[in-house]
Design a protein around this ligand. Structure first.
Ligand SMILES: Cc1c2[nH]c(c1CCC(=O)O)Cc1[nH]c(c(CCC(=O)O)c1C)Cc1[nH]c(c(CCC(=O)O)c1C)Cc1[nH]c(c(C)c1CCC(=O)O)C2
Length: 354
């Protein structure tokens, strides 16, 4: 196992991007306009994505530098968003390490077999940096092609990754995960620590190749109580965020249903806290003590509402975001596959006009 400390911070010739509103807002400055990007902006909402992916399995696309670069660029060209997010997936580093996982369209990650005992945990392979070299190569292509648009790299956080491994696939209640967490805490912490290593190694690869920011997705953390989050999850997510602090780039930490966890997720080491649609941004800022940089938080479902309804929501969110030290406009979760992409473009134009 490569000692994570051996993955020393390799500061590449990172693009300066002095005028990038996304980076300015992430640093808590007030750029001339509110920056906007969308989680899952690349994907099935775009006809050009569907055309390019025709007949190409998802995970094959994630290890093809030219393809992952092109898919990442598609929403930037189409919508004029203020940041690109690497087209990848949270299970990419697991697949790269040799874990038997696939992505089933319309379902998500499915494991060959669940990980529920000490033998399975200890059989998990270590991720070697060279196993994600193709992803790093894609990042390199993007850094050349993105011009002034920052690139956000990402990884899945230990809890969300652990849930897929332990449950064997997507789960509504994470019952096996929570049962193991509480019944076998030593085994839980061993698994979570291994997954923190995987996430950190994956982020190192993206940052060393030139990514300008990162987002740690703990999408399913909202299933936890604050007590359980702080005891079983925070230390491992904190280690991931600490591991990449040396690059000096903004670190965004996001989960769904995390209204009760916002302070804890910030305490894990986030520079920017992602907020889902359930907590108004001004209330999130209050809970975070008033001096926070926040990202969000339009309800993705409202992209299907009439324009007057959607326009009013966007205006409300931008207004609430003015209470924060910095605000990056986003959805409160990812773009849904059957959204009209022209609506996303119109939202970008509206946010930029406010
Ligand atoms: C929980 C999670 C996963 N993967 C990810 C998360 C955290 C983000 C979130 O919470 O939405 C990370 C992820 N995965 C993907 C993105 C988009 C990146 C980008 O916009 O460039 C992101 C940010 C590509 C993808 N990852 C996946 C798709 C759909 C696969 C396809 O296009 O056929 C995409 C575009 C597959 C996937 N992968 C996962 C799920 C639940 C699914 C099913 C999604 C669905 O089918 O609606 C696991």
């Amino acid at each position: 196992m490569p000692e994570l400390s051996s993955l020393s911070v390799v500061s590449p010739v990172r693009r300066a991007l002095p005028g990038a509103p996304f980076l300015a807002a992430a640093r808590g400055e007030r750029p001339a306009r509110v920056p906007v990007w969308f989680m899952r902006q690349a994907g099935r909402s775009l006809p050009e994505y569907r055309a390019l992916r025709e007949g190409v399995p998802m995970l094959d696309a994630c290890f093809d530098p030219e393809m992952l670069a092109e898919i990442t660029l598609q929403p930037v060209r189409r919508h004029g968003v203020d940041a690109a997010v690497l087209f990848s997936d949270i299970v990419v580093p697991l697949r790269a390490a040799g874990v038997d996982v696939d992505i089933v369209p319309g379902t998500g990650p499915v494991m060959g077999r669940p990980v529920r005992d000490v033998a399975a945990v200890r059989a998990l392979p270590v991720l070697e940096p060279e196993q994600v070299a193709k992803v790093a190569e894609g990042v390199g292509l993007l850094v050349e092609r993105l011009g002034e648009t920052p690139l956000i790299g990402f990884a899945g956080a230990p809890f969300t990754l652990a849930s897929y491994l332990i449950e064997g696939g997507p789960s509504r209640n994470h019952e096996h995960t929570k049962a193991l967490m509480h019944s076998e805490p030593k085994l839980w912490h061993e698994l979570a620590a291994r997954l923190a290593d995987v996430a950190a190694t994956f982020l190192h690869a993206q940052l060393a190749a030139g990514a300008d920011a990162i987002q740690l997705f703990d999408s399913w953390a909202g299933a936890l109580s604050e007590r359980d989050y702080r005891e079983f999850v925070l230390p491992h997510s904190a280690r991931v965020l600490e591991e990449v602090a040396g690059y000096g780039v903004p670190r965004i930490h996001f989960g769904v249903g995390t209204g009760e966890l916002l302070v804890a997720m910030r305490d894990a080491g986030a520079d920017v806290v992602g907020v889902d649609w359930r907590v108004p941004l001004d209330e999130a800022v209050r809970r975070l003590g008033g001096e926070a940089v926040v990202q969000g938080n339009l309800d993705p479902a409202l992209l299907h509402a009439s324009w007057p309804v959607l326009e009013a929501e966007v205006r409300r969110i931008v207004e609430e975001g003015r209470m924060a030290r910095g605000h990056i406009f986003n959805l409160g979760h990812g773009v849904l596959p059957n959204v009209d992409p022209d609506v996303l473009t119109r939202v970008v134009q509206l946010v930029h006009s406010l």
